[in-house]
Design a protein around this ligand. Structure first.
Ligand code: NAP
Length: 203
């Protein structure tokens, strides 16, 4: 059975931490495909200084390397709130014979019980997460046990955490600092050429 790793994010912008997580999980799962899926409207937060969907999509495409990474515009095309349950349902319809693995970081994983139609997510994908280090692994394993009691399948691994965030990158751009260590080179060029993230953040 083909294994597809599904990695959704606001990706504002996508960075080396995201790519490292996705690559390591793809290896550990043995995934044949990795789908990066930028959200249209993140369902769980007000995203400050959100770059247009077409830019976040373009940066995801530029971040892809090798031949297993793909970018899906499924959520940008659907518009509205980007509920993961809707996305997984559509992906399962398009790939009925594939096994879906949903990749998340620590914070998102620890809220999964409260996501829209959580039981659909539990039914359609194996839930993958890695900690930010320290005590994170214990919290993830404890929460995974709770989710498994509700019918979920989980895959928790202690992948090295690269301390990078999208906020850090947007702040660096505003401060005129280099982001070359934080994002893939083509993404850094795209941000500069398109003058992204120059405005002041208003939280
Ligand atoms: P994001 O900020 O772009 O981050 C995407 C994921 O990458 C997060 O899980 C985040 O971990 C992880 N990450 C960020 N930096 C990392 C680093 N340096 N190393 C390792 N991992 C790192 O996107 P987001 O706004 O959190 O959204 C995540 C996805 O969850 C989206 O697809 C969104 O639609 C979905 N979501 C859906 C629902 C719902 O359907 N109701 C609710 C909430 C979220 P953390 O989790 O630790 O931040």
């Amino acid at each position: 059975m083909q294994k597809i790793a599904v990695f959704g994010g606001t990706f504002n912008p996508i960075h080396n931490g995201h790519m490292h997580l996705a690559k390591r999980f793809a290896e550990l799962i043995g995934a044949q495909r990795v789908l990066l899926i930028p959200t249209y409207q993140p369902p769980h937060k007000h995203a400050s200084n959100l770059a247009p969907g077409r830019d976040r999509l373009a940066m995801c495409r530029l971040a892809c390397e090798g031949n297993i990474f793909e970018v899906s515009d499924i959520e940008l095309k659907r518009r509205g709130r980007s509920y993961t349950a809707d996305t997984l349902r559509e992906l399962k319809k398009r790939n009925p014979d594939s096994e879906l693995y949903l990749i998340t970081g620590e914070d998102m994983f620890l809220t999964l019980k409260h996501w829209y139609e959580a039981e659909t997510i539990f039914r359609l994908a194996v839930l993958c997460a890695a900690p930010r280090g320290g005590d994170g692994l214990r919290s993830l394993l404890d929460y995974a046990e709770i989710l498994e009691r509700e019918g979920a399948k989980t895959f928790i691994r202690n992948i090295e955490y690269l301390p990078i965030s999208s906020t850090m990158i947007r702040n660096a751009v505003q401060d005129g600092k280099s982001i070359s260590e934080l994002v893939p080179p083509k993404v850094a060029d795209y941000i500069a050429e398109n003058k992204l993230y120059l405005e002041q953040e208003n939280e």
